[in-house]
Design a protein around this ligand. Structure first.
Ligand SMILES: Nc1nc2c(c(=O)[nH]1)N[C@H]1C(S)=C(S)[C@@H](COP(=O)(O)OP(=O)(O)OC[C@H]3O[C@@H](n4cnc5c(=O)[nH]c(N)nc54)[C@H](O)[C@@H]3O)O[C@H]1N2
Ligand SMILES: Nc1nc2c(c(=O)[nH]1)N[C@H]1C(S)=C(S)[C@@H](COP(=O)(O)OP(=O)(O)OC[C@H]3O[C@@H](n4cnc5c(=O)[nH]c(N)nc54)[C@H](O)[C@@H]3O)O[C@H]1N2
Ligand code: SF4
Ligand SMILES: [Mo]
Length: 694
């Protein structure tokens, strides 16, 4: 389809129209296959590819507006240099050559003193393997810059999965359609994993029962048979109580346990300390509901769990993921291709990271690692023996840390430092770009090459450019090649073309010509990956007990760890706040697309009627939400989606669209998770007050 030329009959003059195959670049488990219709060099329509079965010809509302985002009047189309105080948003246009020469000189001078004072900051603004960590990683490795630990989303759950199953592996997503019971755990699938939801609907039509485990009554919870509205951060207690019931009713698969697991006796002993009554107390749900859940799970075959990252943004998130990932081995659910669990499929892709990122360019150096989740504190730190040099330069791409990183008061203070040199590669003047010394215009997915993996299915996708770069935009890769050239770096791999890097990503493990022709390729994987054990752990078994964790001085067995800020532990801050994604935004992307922002309206705080009444808060009133880290104002929405004691600040709004120029991350903390050093966005106590009308 990619090279076909068609004639559009509906217009009076003949336009050359063609369709180009691409991949959705966004941080979403679905990684859809896109078909972009291009007329006279202009992208007029972005649609879902009907020939890619997971996409099924359907896109979410956000990405069907991708052309609107690409041609947005506020798109940054030329390099900009700061022309006012940091954060003022005042910039002046400069030529590429002038910008590159100055940036190269300034980074070069810092690198000569101590390259670790330079920090790259990036995440998954694009998940493309080429436009994320390829030339960029090579460039920073060559300099010897600080390394970045990319923890902001999935570190705790990913580590929990790795310790238990051996990697980010699990069920093939398409077989959820054949399950008889699906637990949708910590995920609002309709909003954030739409193409999984289609499979769950197929299962439901075939008689499957759907259970949603989520503190918030989401649109997904509305459409499931049952909703278990537990307190944030109590999933581990729920999983332990389920195990208790599986054991006492003998709903366990003794043969599977004996042959394919490690540490069963110890886990059994721990789980027996968790009668449902104990968990009911902690989770804040009726004991009968826990018993019924365990019975359903223990007696329905095949049973499948769709775990998502929503449940691991709390102190004990890694342990909770370990416990949930253990459940299918207790019941032997893995024996069936429609049984087991899936959190992320990304570990099943044979990506050649070393070829992409070239750690050999470090030449034996081991720079310090900065954790992206504590960038607020780290930007404010001085040189010290434990930390290394003060951060002097930050190069941001594919991320909007001023809006998305926790405890934004500190993040803003750090970005506002006058002695910090900040370069931001962006499509838009985001909250982060406002603090840049230089903003460099980057291409969108319609304008560059890329190749993709996915974390919610197991197909490789290729993205061809559909249109020429808009304005003076350049791909991230090109910008780093240009910087390398301006800095006089010589290594040939810094100058590989994007098409070459597309081929390097999978090497011979994926037939690249087939990918070029079809736009997607399916990995050759077994239908029921662990039917007969064979987990990618050191023991080859499902590790209830992790020798590796025990060696690190941690508990080798998973347990319930209360939140850093447990509900009910503070009289000053009696409400637990979570801040899950809004349906029409993708993290902080698309917030500036008017048609999508108008669907979301404005930032709101969902609050239960009883909590609102106790504070004299009317629906629609402006409220002040605060804790020791800061305060944030928005409108209250008195809502049955909230359970008593829990409020929801749907994310992630740009600060500049907020009532008081902040967003919900003004309140979140930089504390970290038990495993993986991840952020704890949903482990956050607050108080809410009505703001008297002026
Ligand atoms: N439309 C849209 N889609 C998205 C995103 C987006 O911003 N918008 N974000 C993308 C990204 S970056 C990711 S990582 C993925 C996955 O994104 P996730 O962060 O997993 O988001 P959701 O699937 O919405 O799941 C979050 C759900 O977890 C619930 N939750 C909060 N705390 C707890 C808890 O302690 N226990 C349990 N059981 N549930 C809890 C929230 O109420 C929410 O409904 O989605 C991606 N898809
Ligand atoms: N309170 C709270 N905070 C959260 C979360 C939450 O649930 N609650 N979720 C967290 C999660 S799961 C995540 S993943 C993070 C996400 O945080 P980020 O990864 O920072 O995601 P976005 O906010 O979407 O910002 C991505 C930016 O990359 C830019 N971009 C996209 N493509 C390209 C490209 O090709 N080149 C360049 N140069 N730029 C590009 C976009 O314009 C956008 O501004 O936020 C986290 N923050
Ligand atoms: S954001 Fe997700 S659902 Fe929407 S088009 Fe992209 S991959 Fe598909
Ligand atoms: Mo994420």
């Amino acid at each position: 389809m990619s090279n076909t030329i068609g004639i559009s009959p509906s217009v009076s003059f003949v336009k050359a129209s063609r369709q180009v195959l691409g991949a959705c670049p966004h941080d979403c488990p679905d990684t859809c296959s896109l078909v972009t219709t291009v007329e006279d060099g202009v992208a007029v329509k972005v649609q879902g590819n009907p020939a890619h079965s997971h996409t099924g010809g359907v896109l979410c509302t956000k990405v069907s507006r991708y052309a609107e985002r690409t041609y947005h009047p506020e798109r940054v189309l030329q390099p900009l240099r700061r022309a006012g105080p940091k954060g003022s948003g005042r910039f002046e246009p400069v030529s590429w050559d002038e910008a590159l020469a100055d940036i190269a000189a300034r980074l070069g001078a810092i690198a000569q003193r101590n390259p670790e004072a330079i920090v790259p900051y990036s995440y998954a603004g694009t998940m493309g393997l080429v436009q994320s960590e390829s030339i960029a990683a090579r460039f920073f490795h060559r300099l010897g810059a600080s390394l970045l630990d990319r923890t902001i989303c999935a570190a705790a759950g990913g580590e929990g999965l790795t310790q238990t199953l051996g990697g980010k592996v699990g069920m093939k997503v398409q077989f959820f359609a054949e399950a008889r019971l699906i637990l949708i755990w910590g995920s609002n699938s309709i909003a954030s994993n739409l193409h999984f939801w289609r499979l769950a609907q197929d299962a439901k039509r075939n008689g499957a029962r759907l259970v949603c485990i989520d503190p918030r009554r989401t649109e997904t919870a509305d459409k499931c048979h049952e909703h278990i509205a537990l307190r944030p951060g109590t999933d581990a207690a729920l999983a332990l109580a389920m195990m208790h019931e599986l054991i006492v009713h003998d709903w366990v698969d003794h043969d599977y346990l004996a042959r394919h697991t490690v540490g069963w006796e110890a886990l059994r002993e721990r789980a027996l300390q968790w009668p449902p009554e104990r968990a009911a107390d902690i989770c804040g749900v009726p004991v009968e509901q826990i018993k019924a859940l365990a019975r359903d799970y223990g007696t329905t075959k095949p049973a499948a769990i769709r775990l998502n990252y929503g449940m691991q943004r709390v102190r004990g998130g890694g342990n909770a993921a370990r416990l949930v990932a253990s459940l299918p081995a207790l019941t032997g659910a893995w024996r069936h291709r429609a049984g087991g669990m899936l959190l992320s499929s990304s570990g099943m892709f044979p990506v050649d990271r070393a070829a992409l990122q070239r750690p050999d360019l470090l030449g034996g150096r081991t720079p310090r690692t900065i954790n992206m989740s504590t960038i607020g504190d780290d930007l404010l730190r001085d040189s010290s023996a434990g930390f290394g040099p003060r951060i002097e330069a930050l190069v941001v791409y594919n991320s909007n840390p001023v809006a998305v990183a926790p405890e934004s008061g500190k993040v803003v203070q750090g970005f506002a430092r006058d002695d910090l040199f900040t370069v931001v590669l962006e499509h838009f003047r985001t909250d982060t770009a406002d603090y840049a010394d230089y903003i460099l215009p980057a291409t969108t997915q319609l304008e560059h090459w890329d190749v993709h993996m996915a974390y919610g299915h197991t197909d490789v996708l290729l993205n061809r450019p559909a249109i020429a770069p808009v304005g003076q935009a350049r791909p991230n890769t090109q910008i780093f090649r240009d910087l390398a050239r301006h800095m006089g770096l010589q290594d040939a791999c810094l100058f590989d073309s994007d098409e070459d890097i597309c081929r390097q990503a999978y090497g011979a493990r994926v037939d690249f010509d087939a990918l070029l022709a079809r736009g997607h390729a399916t990995l050759d994987l077994p239908d029921a990956p662990f039917a007969d054990g064979g987990f990618p752990t050191p023991s080859g078994k499902c590790e209830f007990f992790s020798e590796r964790l025990a060696r690190q001085g941690q508990d080798g067995l998973p347990d319930y760890l209360p939140n850093h800020e447990p509900a009910g532990s503070s009289t000053r801050y009696p409400l637990a706040m979570i801040s899950p994604p809004a349906r029409n935004f993708l993290n902080s992307s698309f917030v500036n697309v008017t048609s999508l922002r108008s669907i979301e309206g404005e930032p709101v705080l969902e609050i239960h009627a009883a909590d609102a009444a106790a504070r004299g808060i009317d629906n629609g009133a402006v409220v002040r939400i605060f804790n020791d880290r800061g305060e944030y104002r928005c409108k209250a929405e008195v809502s049955a989606r909230a359970r008593p004691g829990v409020v929801h600040g749907l994310g992630i709004w740009w600060r500049k669209f907020g009532l008081d120029g902040t967003n919900v991350n003004q309140l979140t903390s930089q504390k970290l998770t038990d495993l993986g050093r991840g952020p704890v966005f949903y482990d956050c106590l607050v108080e809410v007050q009505a703001v008297p009308a002026a």
